[in-house]
Every structure is written in structure tokens, then in C-alpha cells.
Design a protein around this ligand. Sequence first.
Ligand code: MEV
Length: 434
Amino acid sequence: MDKQRLKQAEQLFSGFSKLNLEQRLQRLLELGALLPEDVHFLKSGCSMDISLAEKFIENVIGYFQMPIGVATNFVIDGKPYAIPMAVEETSIVAAASKTARWVREHGSIRTYSEGSSIIGQIQLANVKDYHKFSEVISAHSDSLMDQANKKVAAGLVARGGGVTGLQVRKVPRGDGDNMAVVHVLLDPCDAMGANIVNQVCEFLKEPIEELTGQKVTMCILSNLVDTKLTCAEVVMNNINPDLALKIKEASLFSLQDPYRAATNNKGVLNGIDPILISTGNDWRAVEAGIHSFAASEGQYKSVTEWTYDGETLKGLFRAPLVVGVVGGVTKLHPMAQMSLQMLGVKSAEELSRVCAAVGLVQNLGALRALTTEGIIEGHMKLHIKNLTLGAGAKEKEAVILQEKLEEILKKTKRISLAQAKEILEEIRRRTFSG
Ligand code: MEV
């Protein structure tokens, strides 16, 4: 990304949160993140044909709509991104944008991948002579891969992917005997790869049974894709040393204590899931991958780590994050298409790296808030609007109610829906008697 385009993107994003909806759409149009037809679709309420929903799932009765927002200020690997986030939780989009600006002002984000193959599993439930089984598979590994690549994954092979390896694992049954599990490694290119890896495993069932005389029990992909990891690194300088130290301590907490790690990782996923949803990706698969990886050393721990050497604050996200940019919902859902166009990602790998970067930045924002003002203040400030709506305030009442709630929050550091309802009643009583 050259400096001029970066500067232009900065200008286009400056003050984004202060704009009204119309102006936000206009900015995104200027940035080239939205096309005129996207703006038209968004303005018209995003209504979609019910027959499309019937292509996705069964027993359809309609659509469930979620808000979609744009996180700004992200510059990842030198390239500015507008990040689409479909999410219902207050303050996620604001925190992501605010923290991304902080990172941009004090440092940078770099991303990379480790490995490119996903994993399919073939289980043989009760193999008496594991050693012999393993030898037979190893001896025929090339020919099995070759058959799978020719008969099932030819399209992928043509695009530079396909089956890349076979591994045999001995898994104790727990009753003294062992099961054998064959891992099929496959590079899915720009697809998430679930369908194709399942097809390859099922195709290999017959030749494996013939070669070994053993019965295959089941075939399915694994979401613990430790053969294809996505990494994001944040490096920041010239920040308050006390704050940096606190962030480092908060990070240590999430590495050492699984109770804290769970909440820390939930915060990371606050950044990742909304992108997965808006791009039509399988967020359950990514969640399963990240959580299982977080527990893969025996104790559940954070998938992020922050270090500080007295000068530089460094953050790292490293976990499986398998996504696709072709096929399925990604291709058919107009919002998914719009989100991918907004991101301007060229490959599944790039989308995965963007998700990792946003997850890491979201984590930084949470740790910064938790170690300074606490989570309530920022969260509640944004939550006040929800409370006024929840209490049933009309337009004019909402302005007064919001002010009152802000005053209470400042004084007591807490507000509730019950308080909002009480104050609203009071406002109405006064208006009525006055
Ligand atoms: C809330 O949605 C997410 C946080 O709890 C994450 C964290 O504790 O790191 C704030």
C-alpha cells in the first residue's frame, strides 16, 4: 500500500463514528469499500428473497437480521481495511476502531500463516496390530494420495492445492487396546475445505479397508487444524510504560489461569466472529478450532500473548482460523458478497489474517480498558441508548433520560434498566403535572 492511498484512507475514516448513517454510506462509497448497488441494498433495509434462505437451511420461516457495522482505522500489513462486523453486542465495533487507531498511531500490525493444509480423519476403531497397519499405510501412502488427487481433488490440484500428506496416529481406546486414525492433509486453496476433505476421506475408506483388512468406522474433518495456523503480531512503541506493564500482567493472567483464559479468548472472538458472520463463514468451526488449540497443551490458555521489554509492547495471536472466500453462503448471500468486497481480500488466507489481526486488536482494547477504567464505564456509556430504548422512552423523553443516566453513571459507576424505567416514570410524572 503506498503512502498516498494510506493517507487518503485515513482521511476518509477520520471522524467516521460521528457521521450519520447516510454520511457513513457516502464515505464507504468514496473509499470504494461499497458499490452504489450495495448502498441501495443497505438503504432499502436489506430485504432478501425467502427462496434464497431455503437454499441454505431446512424448515425455513424467514430471516433473522443482525446489525452490521464497520470497524475503521485498521492498517494490516501496510494495507488499510474497512472491517465489516455483524454483531449484536454494544461497544465491540467502537472498541475495535478505537484500539486500531491507537495501534496505528504507535506501531503496526503484521500477519502471516504457518502451514496450509487442513486435516481429515479416518477412524478404524479397533486395530489389533497397529504397527502392521501403520506400515501398510506408509508403504501405500503415495499411491493413496495420488488416487485421491486424481479422482476427487483434481480441481483443487489444478488450482495448486489437493492432498498433501497422510499420517497414521495410534489413539488409545481406554480399554487397553488402540484405535488407528489416518489423518489426510489437504490444501483447500481459497475454500474452507470442509466438503472436499470429507469427500477425500470417504473416498479413501475403501482402498484403506482393502489394503489393511481393517474396518473404517467413520470419516470427518478435524477442526483442530494445528497444521494451518494464522498469526498476527502487533508492535507498539512510545506508550505509557505503566499501561504496557499492566497489559503484560493481564496477558500473563490469561496464559496461566484457564478461568481468565476463557474470557480473554471470548474477547478475541468478539473481533473475529462478527467478520465470520458477515462474510458467511462457519463461525462454529473457527470457534471449535480456536478453543481446542487453546487447550492442546493440556491446560486451556489464551490464544494471545502480550510482552513488554520496557520499550516495545508486542502482541501475538497464533491459532487455527480456517475460512473460505468461495463456495456456499459466501457466494450466495448478498451481505457476504458485500462484506468481502468491502474487505477487498484476494484470498481465504488474507481473510484469515485479517480476522486474526482484528481479534488481537480487540483483545488489546479489552485489556487496556480492563486495566484502566474497567469495562463498565466505556461499555455502559454505549449501552445507555439500549437502556433508554428498553425502558420505552419516546424520542423527546430519550434525550432527557440519556442525560440523567449519564449523570448517574458518572457518580455511581453503574446503571440498570430498572433505574432507567424509574427515571422515565419520574420524567413522565413531571411532564404530566407541569
Ligand atoms: C466482553 O464481551 C469481552 C471481555 O470480557 C473480554 C476480556 O475480558 O478480555 C471484555
